[in-house]
Design a protein around this ligand. Structure first.
Ligand code: SF4
Length: 416
């Protein structure tokens, strides 16, 4: 690899690490004769950043120059830092050579904004187009749609990328204006809506014409920064829930605010990203996507922040003792799903197995139910113990992993 490209790689791979909105591939596309690679649900190769985030190995920026000056961003124009830009050919060569060596299974391509949103978007599209049409690259591509770019470019991007994402970043319009004065909600929501419509139209087209080209087959995602502005978890979950319902997003990523620009008075003076809060939001998000919880069940006006000491499902159960005990031999699937310690898989197994006889303690163990939690919330033949008999305050103390003040989150890369 040329030394110049290596230097750019160091600068631009490092600059990309703050964007968490990538994950395993959401596409499945088998290998084809005459094409290079495939896309598999098993996922892009991942690595872990120092602060514990999971990233794909070729997660890179096209450039870290930016015409904008967002308060929370390391790449903002007012920061004095090494800058670099790839050429389209350099990025294509890099992707292909990493792919051929089996270092990566795809490309996550983002960028600072140079010249204009459209100019930047064109460059990103040119990389994906060249990979697909000239090199028949069949691996996974996640591309960032630059807020403010034109509808035509977003439409083209969806034809080359598996997944598109437009980052909302700050969860309220007012605070976005304060922290990123050159951006607004509509520049994010317009491409998001357009991608959503493109995906729906494409589904229709493909029902009629099986060979119609696919548009963003792995859907779209977005990223929210948590803790750079004062929105509550309730506000954040309400926004995310709207994205899932209205724009049918595949994922909302929650990124604990990393204080990369200390001294900016618009930002909170924190030393470390709020990783526990970030983790609780991911758990609450999981409840909305897979456990049929509404955002306003997980939190409400009186409880507007997630409890750092309890996972959100357990916290909900302790606030709603009248819902329990759930009789595992009679309750519907949706109720069983709400029992702390019972996951989607075990809830399905319970429903499937009770057709053949009563569910017992040993069945639950074999199904992987976390009985240390679930046993307080259920009733079945051998498990009469339930919440009605136990003080929720006692239970909260007993089931909370972090009541011991000595328990702290460890850094993955430092010695304990
Ligand atoms: S537009 Fe993106 S890259 Fe530019 S300063 Fe804002 S967040 Fe950073």
């Amino acid at each position: 690899m040329k030394e110049q490209v290596l230097k750019k790689l160091q600068v631009l791979a490092d600059a990309a690490k703050y964007d968490v909105s990538c994950s395993s591939s959401g596409s499945t596309r088998p290998a084809q004769d005459g094409a290079l690679g495939n896309a598999a649900r098993a996922g892009v190769c991942h690595s872990f950043t120092q602060d514990g985030r999971c990233i794909s190995l070729l997660k890179i920026l096209y450039t870290n120059y930016c015409i904008y000056d967002c308060a929370y961003c390391i790449n903002r124009r007012s920061n004095d830092l090494p800058r670099a830009s790839f050429s389209v050919d350099e990025l294509v060569d890099l992707t292909l050579s990493f792919y051929r060596r089996n270092y990566i299974e795809g490309l996550f391509l983002s960028s600072g904004v140079v010249v204009s949103p459209d100019h930047t978007m064109e460059r990103l599209i040119a990389v994906a187009r060249k990979l697909r049409s000239e090199h028949h690259f069949n691996g996974y591509i996640h591309m960032k749609a630059i807020p403010g770019s034109s509808a035509e470019l977003v439409a083209e991007a969806g034809l080359w990328a598996d997944r598109l994402s437009v980052n909302i970043e700050i969860p309220s319009e007012n605070n976005l204006k304060l922290l990123a004065p050159e951006k607004d909600f509509s520049s994010v929501l317009s491409p998001m809506n357009q991608i959503h419509q493109g995906i729906e139209l494409n589904k229709e087209e493909r029902r009629k014409y099986r060979k119609a080209p696919r548009f963003a087959p792995a859907g779209q995602s977005t990223q929210l920064i948590v803790g750079a502005s004062p929105e509550s978890d309730f506000d954040i979950l309400r926004l995310a829930s709207g994205f899932y319902k209205q724009q049918n997003l595949k994922r909302v990523y929650y990124s604990g605010f990393v204080p990369v620009n200390p001294g900016d008075s618009r930002l909170p003076a924190i030393q470390k990203p709020p990783l526990v809060r970030e983790n609780r939001l991911y758990q609450a998000d999981w409840l909305m996507r897979f456990y049929q919880f509404r955002f306003d069940e997980i939190l409400d006006d009186r409880h507007s922040f997630l409890d750092p000491n309890l996972d959100p499902k357990l916290a909900w159960a302790l606030r709603n003792p009248s819902f329990f005990p759930v009789d595992l031999n009679a309750a519907p699937y949706e109720m069983i799903l709400r029992v702390p310690g019972i996951g989607v898989r075990s809830a399905k197994l319970i429903i499937a197995n009770r057709r053949f006889g009563s569910i017992t303690f040993s069945h639950l163990k074999r199904m992987g139910v976390a009985l240390n939690r679930a046993r307080y919330f259920i009733t079945c033949r051998e498990l009469p113990l339930h919440l009605r008999d136990i003080d929720p305050v006692y239970l909260r103390r007993k089931l909370s992993p972090s009541v011991n003040p000595k328990v702290v989150q460890l850094n993955l890369f430092e010695h304990a």
